[in-house]
Design a protein around this ligand. Structure first.
Ligand code: HXC
Length: 515
């Protein structure tokens, strides 16, 4: 065959493979507002940077007439490309081909591109849109999932792993995203659950829609499985492009430096952000924006456990991870979900060389039977573990309340913060003045002729003694009491002089965190 004929043969083969599941299946996909797998990759990557591999991979299944079926690319597209100039490996399941179901060769394409990502030390992005294990391939499809889960675990903390849920992600398939660092969901498109509505109806007699069971809102607001919520597929891709600029390619690198820009101090006047009344709430994200470059803040898990705020910002062009109590929600208390949320983020930042900036304003851990029974001891311990274990630069600023366990947990010196600053408005004590006065002056209050007056007097006495940063500063637990307007300057300096921080953790195989 001449080279011309061979080229024509290649073109025909490519045309066949690129047709995906055919026009009918593609129309069905489009009718519910979904892009095709290839369109998704093109929309996410920088123009003309996608290089596809393994286009001609075919399944080798024989049972249930599978040997008569041609499944282009075996229902998954894999390749490499660039996002905002950063290299990535990517795969996208093609729902138009056998419902994007995962057979053995489909899984092999995914594990091959994951192995590439690990060798090249660049992020891996997986776009999930699949009916789960390919039923006709039996145990081979289960084996395929197992191979993916193993690699997700090996890659954890080495290269960033991003999962995008753009369709069904059912059964055991949910566990690959659950093992990755960031999960994106899209309104009305993402559906994630272990057992679907049909099984629930059969086993429990309960009726529930896919959306109510595992839609985008459920996973971004209730379960916390998703880290980012998007209104549309394009919105989702724009969010991923932004995230990629904040994170490093792998755990041996730092995030690429970004052009330095001062915060928008006209809009975010740090000296006016905290109300004079210590019981009045405020939005701690304004404090973050008042100190971060260009007042930019990429919030992670914005809709879940909103009593703690986590996310990425920059200080003089360097990515930092912010962890901040949110007085707007439940007075910023730590509870089961917020401890979980913060601990995971702290470990992410530590694994990927992202310094941590912690802003403190909380009354402590949330009391209550619900919380105790939900395991606030075990979950609350995660944040202590994560901060204590983290060896990246750790800088803390106490803005207002830092009571009890909350003071210790929010990256105090005792968990090896490198710098702890406090504003003059800081109150560092075992508990709030009202609670404390009621306990330690109970006899005097009860025995007084005018208990209310004595109670007020004792609260005022306690406030004067402890509701300030100076007792902690006198013991050296605070490095400097600073004016709010000095915060950015202090953070920049602390970060600058922490560049060569090196901490040797005790030799061990690994710790046993309170998972
Ligand atoms: C083989 C599948 C499939 C699967 C869908 N298809 N899921 N083929 N194995 N798991 C095929 C359909 O037969 C159909 O083929 C095409 O994909 C499109 O599917 P539809 O049902 O027509 O689409 P839709 O109406 O949009 O419904 C989508 C769906 C539904 C909700 C995902 O297909 C569904 O319920 N699928 C099964 C989901 C499930 O139970 N998965 C769990 C498997 S067990 P044709 O040829 O007609 O176009 C599992 C365990 C893994 O995943 C454990 C790992 C640890």
């Amino acid at each position: 065959m001449s080279i011309r004929l061979k080229s024509a043969d290649l073109k025909k083969r490519m045309r066949d493979a690129l047709q995906g599941g055919g026009s009918k299946a593609i129309e069905k996909q489009k009718a519910i507002g979904k892009l095709t797998a290839r369109e998704r990759i093109i929309a996410l990557l920088d123009p003309n940077t996608f290089h596809e591999y393994d286009l001609f991979v075919e399944h080798a299944a024989k049972d249930f007439d599978m040997d008569k079926k041609y499944l282009p690319g075996d229902g998954v597209i894999t390749g490499t490309g660039l996002i905002s100039g950063h290299p990535v490996c990517i795969y996208a399941q093609d729902f138009t081909v056998a419902g994007g179901s995962l057979g053995w060769m489909h899984a092999k394409k995914i594990t091959k591109i994951m192995d590439h990502a690990m060798r090249l030390k660049i992020p891996i992005i997986g776009i999930n849109d699949s009916g789960g294990a390919r039923i006709q391939e039996g145990v081979n499809s289960l084996a395929g999932y197992g191979e993916i889960f193993y690699r997700n675990t090996q890659a954890s903390g080495v290269i960033p792993q991003i999962s995008v849920i753009l369709g069904p992600c059912a059964g055991g398939a949910v566990y690959s995203p659950a093992l990755t660092d960031f999960v994106y969901v899209v309104d009305k498109i993402s559906k994630m659950f272990i057992t679907g509505p049909e099984v629930i109806k059969t086993v429990l007699g309960e009726e529930v829609s896919m959306e109510e069971l595992g839609g985008a809102r459920v996973h971004s607001e209730i379960t916390g499985n998703a880290h980012f919520y998007a209104e549309s597929e394009q919105d989702c891709f724009d969010q991923i492009k932004e995230l990629i600029t904040f994170i490093p390619w792998n755990n041996a690198k730092k995030a690429d430096p970004f052009p330095k820009k001062p915060p928008k101090t006209r809009k975010y006047k740090i000296e006016n952000l905290i109300p004079t009344d210590p019981r009045q709430p405020y939005d701690v994200r304004d404090v973050i924006r008042a100190v971060s470059d260009d007042s930019e803040f990429l919030e992670v898990q914005e809709r879940f456990a909103a009593n703690i705020v986590i996310g990425f910002g920059r200080l003089n062009g360097e990515t930092v991870g912010f962890v901040a109590n949110q007085p707007l929600v439940l007075a910023g208390v730590l509870d089961v979900d917020s401890s979980d949320k913060a601990a995971r983020f702290i470990r992410y930042c530590d694994a990927f060389n992202v310094p941590l900036v912690t802003l403190v304003d909380l009354p402590g851990y949330l009391p209550g039977v619900d919380q105790e029974h939900a395991g606030v001891i075990r979950h609350g311990a995660k944040i202590l573990y994560a901060y204590s274990e983290a060896t990246v630069p750790k800088i803390t600023a106490i803005l207002r309340k830092a009571y009890g366990g909350g003071y210790i947990a929010m990256c105090s010196h005792h968990l090896r913060a490198d710098f702890v600053f406090a504003w003059p408005t800081a109150e560092i004590a075992v508990m709030g003045p009202e609670g404390a006065a009621n306990i330690i002056f109970r006899k005097e209050i009860m025995g007084a002729k005018n208990p209310e007056e004595i109670r007020k007097q004792k609260i005022a006495e306690y406030k004067k003694k402890f509701a300030n940063p100076y007792v902690a500063a006198a013991y050296g637990y605070i490095d400097a009491v600073i004016e709010p307007t000095e915060t950015r300057k202090m953070l920049l300096h602390a970060l600058e002089i922490s560049q060569s921080k090196a901490v040797q953790a005790p030799r061990k195989k690994h710790g046993i965190p309170p998972f």
